[in-house]
Design a protein around this ligand. Structure first.
Ligand code: C5P
Length: 331
């Protein structure tokens, strides 16, 4: 029997890059938010052994470099079971688009494989496998609005944001995340090169910068449009008030400062979304997807049309709160 699971995308609302750590990863802080666009993962387990990955999209690797393959291998080993696992990926999300597609595909594979085997991994084992395969996997074990710390793999469910209308615009360039991090290190060489060896990887400046993240998020969620209890004032609905405050508090994605100079087309997409009436526009992850948040469905649909008409692939969607994320994953 084949088990089908929807594999949703994420966007990042704010992303602060901190110090380069001893293990080669960067400390970071971000707010992940799942969105209602997806790939579909189908998993089948038959007699025999081995893992096979299929996709019509030639950009999807079929071998053990595929995150789905790597997760399936670990799930089989953890459950001490064998079988011939076939994973089919119906691709709709961009590859190297900053929407976490490969990570989401891998988590969907884990959940589908558990179902196909009629076995369940303990939650801590799911999380361990997810974090081992990539920094962006664990968030998809929570869904909705998720705080990410550490290298992004330490995840905490936070109170869901209301559903926002949103437009995802993906210019036809793929941005490599490790390359974007390397560019970041080049951009801030003084902090790394100038420090003594013992403090080289933990320069105070970048630590301070990421610690500001909680302050800005707090400021945003308790902004001037709210009373201290979180109830919107001035008669705005919550989503609208939050959008206004998101801009006011200046929550940004650090990757923009290295990705935009290298890929001016991506900066142009941000400008196009701003012109099309988005209330808040940001790069997602290391890109190349830029998203815009809108006050209503009509303006989001109109903006997506304007972008498509000018040759920028764009789609209107909504952000996906946790309950809907889990409900729609298996529907
Ligand atoms: O964890 P993931 O496989 O997504 O990371 C890919 C690469 O991105 C890492 O090998 C590292 O070079 C870079 N990275 C980083 N800091 C992070 C996450 C990723 O430097 N927090």
């Amino acid at each position: 029997m084949s088990i089908a699971v929807r594999s949703f995308a994420k966007i990042n609302i704010g992303l602060k890059i901190g110090p380069l750590r001893e293990d080669g990863f960067h400390e970071l802080r971000t707010l992940y938010q799942t969105v209602a666009v997806s790939d579909v993962i189908r998993v089948e387990v038959g007699r025999g052994v081995g893992i096979e990955v299929y996709s019509k999209d030639p950009r999807v690797p079929r071998d053990e470099t595929n995150t789905c393959w790597r997760v399936a291998d670990r799930v089989l080993r953890s459950l001490k079971t064998r079988g011939k696992v076939r994973i089919a990926i119906d691709k709709n999300l961009p590859v190297q688009g900053g929407l976490g597609a490969a990570s989401s595909n891998a988590v969907a594979t884990m959940l589908a494989l558990e179902k196909a085997l009629k076995r369940r991994l303990p939650p801590e084992e799911r999380l361990r496998i997810a974090a081992e395969v990539g920094s962006d996997l664990p968030l998809f074990l929570i869904g909705g609005t998720v705080l990410g710390t550490g290298r992004g793999e330490q995840v905490y469910a936070v109170e869901d944001l209301p559903s926002f209308h949103c437009v995802l615009a993906t210019p036809e360039v793929g941005v490599s995340t490790p390359v974007a991090f390397a560019e970041w290190d080049k951009k801030w060489p003084a902090k790394v090169a100038g420090a003594k060896p013992s403090t080289k990887l933990t320069g105070p400046d970048s630590s301070d910068r990421i610690n500001m993240f909680s302050q800005t998020i707090y400021e945003w969620l308790n902004g001037s449009s709210f009373t201290p209890t979180g109830v919107p004032s001035k008669g705005w609905d919550r989503a609208e008030a939050l959008l206004l405050d998101l801009v006011r508090t200046g929550i940004e994605n650090d990757f923009e400062s290295v990705v935009f100079p290298r890929y001016p087309a991506v900066r142009e997409v941000k400008r196009a979304l701003e012109r099309s009436g988005a209330q808040y526009v940001s790069l997602s992850g290391s890109g190349s997807t830029v998203y815009g948040l809108f006050a209503d469905q009509e303006s989001a649909a109109k903006a997506a049309k304007i972008l498509n008409d000018t040759g920028i692939p764009a789609q209107a969607t909504v952000t996906l709160p946790r309950e809907r994320y889990w409900k729609e994953m298996f529907s």
